[in-house]
Design a binder for this molecule. Structure first.
Ligand code: GLN
Length: 223
Protein backbone atom coordinates (compact mmCIF):
# COMPACT_ATOMS: atom_id res chain seq x y z
CA UNK A 1 0.00 0.00 0.00
CA UNK A 2 1.22 3.46 -0.79
CA UNK A 3 0.48 6.26 1.62
CA UNK A 4 2.54 9.03 3.03
CA UNK A 5 4.12 8.23 6.36
CA UNK A 6 5.07 11.28 8.35
CA UNK A 7 6.66 10.28 11.66
CA UNK A 8 6.51 13.01 14.22
CA UNK A 9 7.33 13.14 17.91
CA UNK A 10 4.22 12.67 19.98
CA UNK A 11 3.75 15.68 22.23
CA UNK A 12 1.67 16.05 25.33
CA UNK A 13 0.30 19.41 24.15
CA UNK A 14 -1.57 17.66 21.37
CA UNK A 15 -3.49 15.61 23.87
CA UNK A 16 -7.02 16.93 24.31
CA UNK A 17 -8.36 15.60 27.58
CA UNK A 18 -11.80 14.04 27.23
CA UNK A 19 -14.85 15.59 28.79
CA UNK A 20 -16.36 13.65 31.60
CA UNK A 21 -19.06 11.33 30.37
CA UNK A 22 -21.30 12.16 33.25
CA UNK A 23 -22.85 15.60 33.13
CA UNK A 24 -22.60 18.00 30.21
CA UNK A 25 -21.00 16.72 27.04
CA UNK A 26 -20.86 18.15 23.54
CA UNK A 27 -21.47 14.71 22.02
CA UNK A 28 -25.08 14.45 20.83
CA UNK A 29 -27.31 11.70 22.14
CA UNK A 30 -27.43 8.61 19.90
CA UNK A 31 -30.61 7.31 18.32
CA UNK A 32 -32.35 4.63 20.43
CA UNK A 33 -31.97 2.07 17.62
CA UNK A 34 -28.25 2.80 17.01
CA UNK A 35 -25.84 -0.12 17.53
CA UNK A 36 -24.87 -0.65 21.16
CA UNK A 37 -21.07 -0.76 21.19
CA UNK A 38 -19.11 -1.49 24.34
CA UNK A 39 -15.64 -0.39 25.34
CA UNK A 40 -13.83 -2.86 27.57
CA UNK A 41 -13.33 -0.67 30.62
CA UNK A 42 -10.76 -2.45 32.77
CA UNK A 43 -7.75 -0.24 31.98
CA UNK A 44 -6.63 2.05 29.17
CA UNK A 45 -8.12 4.92 27.19
CA UNK A 46 -11.76 4.01 27.61
CA UNK A 47 -13.19 7.54 27.64
CA UNK A 48 -11.71 8.56 24.28
CA UNK A 49 -13.24 5.52 22.57
CA UNK A 50 -16.64 6.09 24.18
CA UNK A 51 -16.63 9.65 22.91
CA UNK A 52 -15.48 8.66 19.40
CA UNK A 53 -18.18 5.97 19.22
CA UNK A 54 -20.83 8.46 20.29
CA UNK A 55 -19.62 11.02 17.77
CA UNK A 56 -20.23 8.48 14.98
CA UNK A 57 -23.73 7.76 16.24
CA UNK A 58 -23.33 4.54 18.24
CA UNK A 59 -24.75 4.04 21.69
CA UNK A 60 -21.54 3.47 23.63
CA UNK A 61 -21.25 1.84 27.04
CA UNK A 62 -18.51 0.63 29.32
CA UNK A 63 -18.15 -3.15 29.63
CA UNK A 64 -16.78 -4.53 32.90
CA UNK A 65 -18.90 -7.63 33.42
CA UNK A 66 -20.11 -10.70 31.55
CA UNK A 67 -23.68 -9.38 31.79
CA UNK A 68 -22.67 -6.12 30.10
CA UNK A 69 -20.67 -8.02 27.48
CA UNK A 70 -23.72 -10.13 26.63
CA UNK A 71 -25.72 -6.96 25.83
CA UNK A 72 -23.47 -5.27 23.29
CA UNK A 73 -23.54 -5.56 19.48
CA UNK A 74 -19.80 -4.90 19.21
CA UNK A 75 -16.82 -4.16 21.43
CA UNK A 76 -13.68 -2.00 21.41
CA UNK A 77 -10.59 -3.29 23.21
CA UNK A 78 -8.75 -0.05 23.97
CA UNK A 79 -5.06 0.74 24.13
CA UNK A 80 -3.38 0.64 27.48
CA UNK A 81 -1.26 -2.14 28.88
CA UNK A 82 -2.07 -5.57 27.48
CA UNK A 83 -0.57 -7.47 30.42
CA UNK A 84 -2.73 -5.52 32.87
CA UNK A 85 -5.90 -5.80 30.78
CA UNK A 86 -5.26 -9.54 30.34
CA UNK A 87 -4.85 -10.09 34.08
CA UNK A 88 -8.01 -8.09 34.78
CA UNK A 89 -9.93 -10.10 32.18
CA UNK A 90 -9.02 -13.20 34.18
CA UNK A 91 -9.78 -11.57 37.53
CA UNK A 92 -13.16 -10.24 36.36
CA UNK A 93 -13.98 -13.69 34.88
CA UNK A 94 -14.45 -12.12 31.46
CA UNK A 95 -11.79 -13.83 29.38
CA UNK A 96 -13.74 -16.96 28.42
CA UNK A 97 -16.91 -14.96 27.71
CA UNK A 98 -14.96 -12.58 25.51
CA UNK A 99 -13.25 -15.41 23.65
CA UNK A 100 -16.64 -17.00 23.03
CA UNK A 101 -18.16 -13.80 21.66
CA UNK A 102 -15.19 -13.13 19.39
CA UNK A 103 -15.28 -16.76 18.19
CA UNK A 104 -18.97 -16.45 17.34
CA UNK A 105 -18.53 -13.34 15.23
CA UNK A 106 -19.12 -10.30 17.45
CA UNK A 107 -17.59 -7.25 15.74
CA UNK A 108 -14.52 -6.27 17.74
CA UNK A 109 -11.96 -3.50 17.28
CA UNK A 110 -8.66 -3.82 19.13
CA UNK A 111 -6.39 -0.79 19.18
CA UNK A 112 -2.75 -1.04 20.26
CA UNK A 113 -2.91 -3.14 23.46
CA UNK A 114 -6.27 -4.32 22.08
CA UNK A 115 -4.51 -5.56 18.94
CA UNK A 116 -2.06 -7.46 21.14
CA UNK A 117 -4.91 -9.08 23.09
CA UNK A 118 -6.67 -10.19 19.89
CA UNK A 119 -3.51 -11.74 18.41
CA UNK A 120 -3.31 -15.53 18.25
CA UNK A 121 0.43 -15.42 18.99
CA UNK A 122 2.94 -13.09 20.59
CA UNK A 123 6.60 -12.87 19.69
CA UNK A 124 7.82 -13.27 23.29
CA UNK A 125 8.68 -16.01 25.74
CA UNK A 126 6.70 -14.75 28.74
CA UNK A 127 3.11 -15.95 28.61
CA UNK A 128 0.28 -13.46 29.11
CA UNK A 129 -3.48 -13.94 28.85
CA UNK A 130 -4.79 -13.32 25.33
CA UNK A 131 -8.26 -13.28 23.83
CA UNK A 132 -6.91 -14.44 20.46
CA UNK A 133 -8.92 -15.06 17.32
CA UNK A 134 -6.94 -12.78 15.01
CA UNK A 135 -4.55 -14.88 12.96
CA UNK A 136 -1.40 -12.81 13.41
CA UNK A 137 1.82 -12.94 15.43
CA UNK A 138 2.57 -9.64 17.14
CA UNK A 139 5.62 -8.18 18.87
CA UNK A 140 4.92 -5.75 21.69
CA UNK A 141 6.58 -2.33 21.88
CA UNK A 142 8.25 -2.97 18.54
CA UNK A 143 8.02 0.60 17.24
CA UNK A 144 9.99 1.89 20.23
CA UNK A 145 9.47 3.02 23.79
CA UNK A 146 7.18 5.73 25.12
CA UNK A 147 9.56 8.53 24.09
CA UNK A 148 9.72 7.17 20.56
CA UNK A 149 5.95 7.45 20.18
CA UNK A 150 4.96 9.29 17.01
CA UNK A 151 2.06 10.57 14.97
CA UNK A 152 1.63 9.41 11.41
CA UNK A 153 -0.56 10.17 8.43
CA UNK A 154 -1.55 6.95 6.72
CA UNK A 155 -3.83 5.82 3.93
CA UNK A 156 -6.19 3.08 5.07
CA UNK A 157 -7.83 0.92 2.41
CA UNK A 158 -11.59 1.37 2.48
CA UNK A 159 -11.43 4.64 4.43
CA UNK A 160 -12.34 7.45 2.05
CA UNK A 161 -11.46 11.09 2.39
CA UNK A 162 -7.67 11.04 2.41
CA UNK A 163 -5.06 9.83 4.88
CA UNK A 164 -5.82 9.42 8.58
CA UNK A 165 -3.85 11.10 11.37
CA UNK A 166 -3.10 8.55 14.06
CA UNK A 167 -0.81 8.09 17.07
CA UNK A 168 1.61 5.24 17.69
CA UNK A 169 2.30 4.92 21.43
CA UNK A 170 4.57 2.01 22.36
CA UNK A 171 2.92 0.34 19.44
CA UNK A 172 2.93 -3.36 18.60
CA UNK A 173 4.14 -4.67 15.26
CA UNK A 174 2.50 -7.50 13.38
CA UNK A 175 5.48 -9.67 12.48
CA UNK A 176 3.55 -12.44 10.73
CA UNK A 177 0.14 -12.81 9.16
CA UNK A 178 -0.91 -16.40 9.87
CA UNK A 179 -4.14 -16.67 7.92
CA UNK A 180 -5.21 -15.99 4.34
CA UNK A 181 -8.38 -14.43 5.73
CA UNK A 182 -6.45 -11.52 7.28
CA UNK A 183 -6.70 -8.38 5.12
CA UNK A 184 -3.97 -5.78 5.57
CA UNK A 185 -5.62 -2.37 5.18
CA UNK A 186 -2.57 -0.19 5.96
CA UNK A 187 1.16 -0.56 6.52
CA UNK A 188 3.90 1.49 8.13
CA UNK A 189 7.53 0.54 7.59
CA UNK A 190 6.22 -2.57 5.83
CA UNK A 191 4.39 -3.75 8.93
CA UNK A 192 0.61 -4.19 8.82
CA UNK A 193 -0.89 -1.50 11.08
CA UNK A 194 -4.58 -1.97 10.23
CA UNK A 195 -5.83 -5.50 9.74
CA UNK A 196 -9.27 -6.95 9.35
CA UNK A 197 -10.31 -10.58 9.55
CA UNK A 198 -14.06 -10.63 9.06
CA UNK A 199 -15.63 -9.07 12.14
CA UNK A 200 -12.25 -8.60 13.85
CA UNK A 201 -10.51 -5.27 13.28
CA UNK A 202 -7.18 -4.26 14.80
CA UNK A 203 -4.91 -1.24 14.64
CA UNK A 204 -1.35 -0.93 15.92
CA UNK A 205 -2.03 2.75 16.62
CA UNK A 206 -4.51 4.80 18.59
CA UNK A 207 -7.22 6.10 16.25
CA UNK A 208 -9.19 7.72 19.09
CA UNK A 209 -6.87 10.54 20.18
CA UNK A 210 -6.63 12.63 17.00
CA UNK A 211 -10.33 13.36 16.46
CA UNK A 212 -10.43 11.46 13.15
CA UNK A 213 -13.41 9.17 13.66
CA UNK A 214 -13.55 7.48 10.26
CA UNK A 215 -12.22 4.14 11.46
CA UNK A 216 -14.72 4.08 14.32
CA UNK A 217 -17.46 4.89 11.81
CA UNK A 218 -16.39 2.04 9.53
CA UNK A 219 -16.31 -0.35 12.49
CA UNK A 220 -19.70 0.77 13.86
CA UNK A 221 -21.21 0.24 10.40
CA UNK A 222 -20.43 -3.49 10.88
CA UNK A 223 -21.89 -3.74 14.41
N1 GLN B 1 2.94 -1.52 24.90
C1 GLN B 1 1.62 -1.76 25.38
C2 GLN B 1 1.39 -3.24 25.64
O1 GLN B 1 2.25 -4.04 25.44
C3 GLN B 1 0.57 -1.24 24.40
C4 GLN B 1 0.68 0.27 24.28
C5 GLN B 1 -0.60 0.94 23.96
O2 GLN B 1 -1.68 0.35 24.00
N2 GLN B 1 -0.48 2.21 23.70
O3 GLN B 1 0.35 -3.59 26.06
Amino acid sequence: MSGSFVPERWSAERWVPGERLTGATSVPASAPDAPLVGVLALQGDVLEHLRALRRVGARAVQVKSAAQLAEVDGLVLPGGESTTIGKLLVRFALLDHLRARVATGMPVLGTCAGMILLSDELDQDEPQPLVGGLHVRTRRNAFGRQLESFDARIEVAGIDGGPMDVSFIRAPRVVAVLGSDVEVLARVEDAPVVVRQGAIWATAFHPEVTGDDRLHAAFVATA
